[in-house]
Design a binder for this molecule. Structure first.
Ligand SMILES: Nc1ncnc2c1ncn2[C@@H]1O[C@H](COP(=O)(O)OP(=O)(O)OP(=O)(O)O)[C@@H](O)[C@H]1O
Ligand SMILES: [Mg+2]
Length: 262
């Protein structure tokens, strides 16, 4: 269980998170949504233990601020919103970066299955910088996956903490990654990710957190949060949530598609 209590964070002298209380459960997929600048990345960094904060962030009872880097690496793997690489690494070398610490450290045999999982089988010897943007994003996902390959280690869940993991991916690969994350959660792991695509969040998440100006405006099921009145308020534009027949996931269409909007 990931427990946030009165979580506050300050960046550049400005408060960015204003006291967030929330719980994410292993075995479930939690999606964080909200407009640009609402604090999603800051929240993920605090959850990951990478950002000084006040209040409490605990992963399965352990306060992240007090965990040693090795112990943090054993419990969660983090995909940042943007990754830059200064050296001409091969794809396999990039994925192996995920095996420098954590429960599977050094287990190079995980590289190929992780690449296959993101639909890049056999890409290990290729130069990372010579891949497309979406392919590079999938390599980064593979790097994160190998670090916490098994969803449960010694009876304790591992966590995937992902900032916009599918922003660069085509629709088929977005869905494929969502299936990977679903399997991970179904096997007992925890998944917390930032998504901008509300329809993907509605389809893929069990729990949705809606951030607005550094506050948790709503939390609950996709139907409650994405289908709720707070959504349009958070984004500041008219939105209507619908449910297709036969009943399925909530989906959202912006009003500007029809008429009237400037
Ligand atoms: N290093 C920093 N120093 C000062 N302010 C920062 C810093 N990083 C982020 N901020 C501010 O904190 C707020 C939240 O930023 P954050 O990156 O968490 O937003 P976000 O919800 O992830 O947005 P996006 O959807 O654009 O990725 C923004 O107002 C941003 O300007
Ligand atoms: Mg962000």
């Amino acid at each position: 269980m990931l427990t946030l209590r009165s979580l506050r964070a300050v960046l550049g002298g400005r408060p960015v998170l204003h006291g967030i209380d929330a719980v994410a459960r292993a075995g479930r997929v939690t999606a964080i949504i909200g407009p640009n600048g609402s604090g999603k990345t800051t929240l993920l960094r605090a959850i990951a233990g990478d950002l000084p904060h006040s209040g409490s962030v605990a992963i399965d009872g352990a306060e992240v601020a007090r965990l040693k880097p090795w112990d943090l690496a054993a419990r969660r793997a983090v995909l940042p919103q943007a990754t830059t690489l200064a050296f001409p690494f091969t794809v396999a070398e990039v994925v192996r970066l995920g095996l420098t610490a954590g429960p599977h450290a050094g287990r190079s045999e995980l590289v190929e299955p992780a690449l296959a999982e993101v639909d890049l089988p056999g890409f290990g010897p290729r130069l990372y910088q010579e891949l497309s943007g979406g392919q590079q994003a999938r390599v980064q996902l593979a790097r994160v996956r190998v670090q916490v390959w098994d969803p449960v280690v010694a009876g304790r869940p591992c966590w995937l903490i992902l900032d916009e993991p599918v922003a660069a991916l085509d629709i088929a690969h977005q869905l494929a990654v969502m299936r990977v994350l679903r399997r991970y959660a179904d096997a007992g792991g925890g998944v917390v990710m930032v998504l901008h695509d509300l329809n993907l969040a509605a389809m893929a998440a069990d729990e949705v957190w809606l951030l607005h100006e550094g506050r948790l405006l709503a939390a609950g099921s996709p139907a409650e949060v994405i289908g709720g009145a707070e959504l349009a308020r958070a984004y500041g534009c008219p939105l209507t949530a619908n449910r297709p027949a036969p009943p399925g996931a909530t989906f959202v269409l912006p009003h500007a598609l029809w008429a009237g909007a400037a």
